[in-house]
Design a protein around this ligand. Structure first.
Ligand code: ATP
Ligand code: MG
Length: 415
């Protein structure tokens, strides 16, 4: 079950007389039959001994204070951490100190959930002092030790719990769930960037709807408006998330219908995503009629990427409401939009067949009037009353340049 480099790290450390194991998420994911995203190693070797065991290898030690040395093998970093227990927690997030210990079980005891508190080596097999394999088989998330104490030590574990439930589809053991609810007000004391990462992973999880339904109040300290939304509106948004793809921005846009944008923004990965999510929520109920000019108008307003997300947001709400008419309208709109994009439909000033220089050459005075003339041309091209053809647009510019007011411009006969 171990990749070659990890097996190599374990063997090297063991040959020096240390014990060493793959640990945590990689053991959990391997037992679940999923490819782990990273492999962590824990060992009885102290940081100096870890370094000494890998002479000539590329090492870095940004986490050495907590006993972590990163070993680079075949361009992949592996974190190798000395067995440790955590000292007291005074900020609900970081242990004030860590103590290196000699036994793997002591190290496993500091870990958050039983399914994350297993270690494995080919020499010793599975080390599972807290029943992680049993909980894995039962699809159950359970704190290692007393849940109230574990969540008060580090409140981020509350969001990790929600994230694991949403990504793995696990249920939460009742005492663990009750303690999380009881302690969740401490979430506001955590640095928001830590919450953000867990929250976004949670929202993209396949089982996110189940968590949002079942654990809504867990998020109330971070998103007070989530607790104030009516049951009906919340349920509709959750059903829409269930019908949506696992696109973070689309799901944030749906959520933004039922939580205040100002509260959601700090949980978004960046300001642009927050703005897009707000815009998607604002436009969620607007009609999208399947006409080329309507598609071009929307492209002008939102840009292709955001407009495609809006179609997904609207389709998700339509599915949640079982609104067949709206669903088929959106299918038609998506086709029209695709055709507009394939044909390179003109929706921005930069795509016009004429430029500001052409406007100046046509005698339109420099300054705001050039921009206004181009905007006016773009408006007509989007509407479909003028084609985006250079000769036609030049003729129009020439007419305006000759001093004819826009309103009085007559369209060329040929149109
Ligand atoms: P992922 O699949 O996201 O990598 P993971 O379980 O591996 O999930 P990591 O953040 O990589 O999560 O942490 C590695 C291991 O360290 C966890 O499996 C767990 O044993 C332990 N751990 C991480 N964060 C905490 C925490 N806040 N409290 C206790 N143990 C933790
Ligand atoms: Mg991991």
């Amino acid at each position: 079950m171990l990749p070659g480099p990890v097996r190599g790290i374990l063997t090297t450390l063991q040959q020096q007389g240390h014990s060493a194991f793959a640990v945590g998420g990689c053991v959990r994911d391997s037992l679940l039959g999923r490819p782990p995203c990273d492999w962590d190693v824990c060992t009885s070797a102290r940081p100096g001994e870890i370094k000494a065991a890998f002479p000539g290898k590329s090492l870095s030690a940004p986490g050495v204070r907590h006993g972590t040395i990163t070993v680079l093998l075949e361009h992949i970093p592996y974190e190798v951490t000395t067995f440790r227990t955590d000292g007291a927690y005074s900020d609900h997030r970081h242990p004030d100190s860590v103590h290196f210990v000699r036994s793997v079980s002591e190290d496993l005891a500091r870990r958050d959930f039983t399914v994350n508190a297993m270690a494995y080596s080919p020499a010793s097999g599975l080390i599972d002092p807290f029943g992680g394999a049993r909980d894995l088989a039962a699809k159950c998330l359970r704190c290692v030790g007393d849940p109230a104490r574990r969540f008060s030590e580090d409140a981020l574990r509350i969001l990790r719990m929600a994230r694991f439930a949403a990504s793995m589809g696990f249920s939460i053991e009742p005492r663990t769930e009750a303690a999380a609810l009881d302690q969740c007000s401490v979430l506001t004391q955590l640095p928001v960037e830590r919450c953000r990462a867990e929250f976004c992973k949670m929202l993209c999880g396949r089982w996110a709807p189940r968590v949002l339904r079942g654990q809504r109040l867990l998020f109330a300290p971070l998103l007070p408006s989530a607790a104030q939304t009516s049951e009906r509106a919340w349920e509709e948004a959750v059903s829409a998330i269930a019908a949506a793809p696992d696109d973070l921005c689309v799901r944030l846009g749906i959520l933004c219908r039922v939580v205040a944008p100002g509260q959601l923004a700090p949980l978004c990965p960046d300001a642009k995503t927050a703005r897009t999510a707000t815009l998607l929520a604002e436009c969620a109920e607007e009609p999208l009629r399947a006409l080329p000019s309507v598609a071009r108008r929307w492209l002008h307003r939102l840009g292709a990427e955001t407009l495609q997300k809006l179609v997904r947001v609207q389709a998700a709400f339509a599915a949640a409401r079982r609104d067949r008419a709206k669903q088929s309208e959106l299918v038609e709109f998506a086709k029209t939009l695709r055709r507009a994009l394939e044909n390179g439909a003109c929706c921005e000033r930069a795509q016009l067949a004429v430029s500001g220089e052409d406007a100046l050459a046509a005698g339109i005075p420099a300054g705001g009037e050039v921009g206004a003339a181009l905007e006016s041309l773009l408006d007509r091209v989007i509407e479909g009353t003028l084609p985006n053809e250079r000769a036609v647009l030049l003729e129009q510019l020439a007419a305006w340049g000759a001093g004819i007011a826009c309103e009085q411009c007559t369209l060329p006969e040929s149109l």
